[in-house]
Design a protein. Structure first.
Length: 191
């Protein structure tokens, strides 16, 4: 079995069009642009950012979850331009249970271009192959049909409906739970 990822150094991944890398100081303006867009944060507990100070807090969160070994958030950088257009990664990682949750966001100008499928695939592979995960979960707002479609395309299985599961932006929302087990991932790779 391969050596298990140990959070010593941030893992850099690549696809044909994108570099998946850690958040750096130079990314604050791009993070602000991404998270100040109401469409990007629509199905999240976040409100649109109002200044660069809040973008720095987002950057700090990326750093903290990695240092605390509870998550990894990759920036999605366009190879051709160096522009940051979104993020994708793991949160709520529990090493003892070999379980984590997948999360992602993308600037609206890049929606419906196959980008999230392209970048999520190597991240999921990293989770199962390098982190030796048993299960990757995702919780999605029931109204977020694009995200539900993405998870199905990636091979996640729908699970339970989580009624009034989170309180976001003044109301309780329903989430849908999806998951993929390591054995399911291995079966998908051979289809």
């Amino acid at each position: 079995m391969a050596v298990m990822f140990s959070f010593d150094a941030f893992p850099r991944l690549e696809t044909d069009r994108f570099i998946l890398r850690k958040t750096e100081e130079r990314d604050i303006a791009d993070l602000y642009e991404l998270y100040s867009d109401a469409e990007v944060v629509k199905y999240t507990p976040l409100h649109p950012l109002i200044d660069l100070k809040e973008a720095r807090q987002e950057l700090n969160w990326h750093v903290e979850i990695f240092e605390q070994q509870v998550g990894i958030r990759w920036l999605i950088e366009v190879k051709a331009s160096g522009k940051i257009i979104g993020t994708c990664g793991f949160l709520h990682y529990v090493k003892e249970y070999a379980r984590t949750e997948l999360g992602y966001d993308l600037a609206p100008a890049y929606w419906r271009c196959g980008i999230m499928s392209e970048v999520a695939a190597p991240i999921i592979a990293f989770g199962f192959n390098s982190m030796h995960l048993h299960c990757i979960e995702a919780k999605v707002d029931a109204a977020n049909t694009a995200s539900i479609g993405l998870l199905a395309k990636l091979g996640f299985k729908p699970g339970s409906e989580l009624k009034e599961y989170e309180f976001e932006k003044g109301q309780y929302i329903e989430l849908l739970h999806f998951s993929m087990l390591r054995k399911e991932y291995r079966q998908l790779r051979f289809l």
